[in-house]
Design a protein around this ligand. Structure first.
Ligand code: GTP
Ligand code: MG
Length: 237
């Protein structure tokens, strides 16, 4: 279990040790209870996330062995901090209880799987679908249906089966699948919005959308080149 939690107060992160949660004045009583309750189940999310990371690494390895191609460029994983859990629940107006957390927040355990080509994303998703201890809970395909901003990624909330001592439970893990190009756009666009405190003009939005569409064209073009090369043909055909 975590010994400390990060709490954001007035834009500054403070580290509070778990056994001192009750002693500090900047957390309200409900937040304190929520943090203590969450820390008791935090390991469920950690186990599920670790299981998912291992499985996905193994799938990449399997593809390399079978097709001499690594579909995954890299992965990122994080557990949401108690701090941002409380912030999100307050922002969304959810009651600050562990039941409401389990019902409403699917991204406590989150991963990004950054693939080389668009087809790689669907190949990994297919391999995950063959796993008996993983179920799909929710799927949003922003590659097929990009957001108005231009954002593209495939978001899937999985339920991962983990055994805690002798008890089997299903824990949500959210994965954002993207190509390198989609990831580049999402991280720069996020930084721009963050830096300008979301004050992005209509013309800047239009530029960002156009760049996202261009990067998608590049993704399709690179994939065509790759398929051409690996199927023995010439991609100019
Ligand atoms: P959340 O509770 O925020 O996850 O809401 P949601 O699940 O209803 O929203 P969504 O499916 O849009 O997923 C939200 C996540 O996708 C964000 O935390 C970002 O990581 C990513 N995302 C969605 N839209 C954009 C976008 O326009 N730009 C960038 N950079 N990221 C986005
Ligand atoms: Mg979400």
């Amino acid at each position: 279990m975590l010994d400390e939690v990060n709490i954001m107060i007035n834009d500054k992160t403070r580290v509070i040790s778990f056994d001192k949660i009750d002693d500090n004045d900047f957390l309200d009583a409900k937040s304190k209870e929520m943090i203590k309750a969450f820390l008791k189940i935090e390991r469920n999310y950690r186990y599920a996330l670790n299981k998912m990371i291992t499985k996905i690494e193994n799938m990449d390895d399997y593809c390399n062995m079978s097709y001499a191609h690594n579909p995954i460029h890299h992965t990122e994983a994080r557990l949401k901090s108690p701090d941002s859990i409380i912030e999100k629940m307050k922002r969304r107006g959810y009651p600050l209880t562990i039941e409401s957390l389990m019902e409403n927040l699917y991204d406590v355990a989150g991963m990004r799987v950054i693939c080389n080509y668009i087809n790689d994303i669907y190949q990994i998703v297919h391999l995950i679908s063959l796993q008996k201890d993983i179920k799909v809970r929710l799927k949003k395909d922003y590659i097929v249906n990009p957001k108005d901003t231009g954002y593209r990624s495939l978001h899937i909330v999985y339920e991962v089966n983990v055994t805690i001592f002798n008890e089997e439970i299903w824990v949500p893990v959210e994965i954002q699948f993207r190509t390198l190009a989609m990831d580049m756009w999402a991280s720069l666009e996020h930084e721009l919005r963050y830096k300008s405190k979301d004050m992005v003009s209509e013309s800047e939005k239009a530029h960002l959308k156009r760049y996202a569409d261009s990067l998608y064209e590049i993704d399709l073009g690179m994939q065509r080149l790759y398929i051409g090369k690996t199927s023995g043909g010439n991609s100019d055909d």
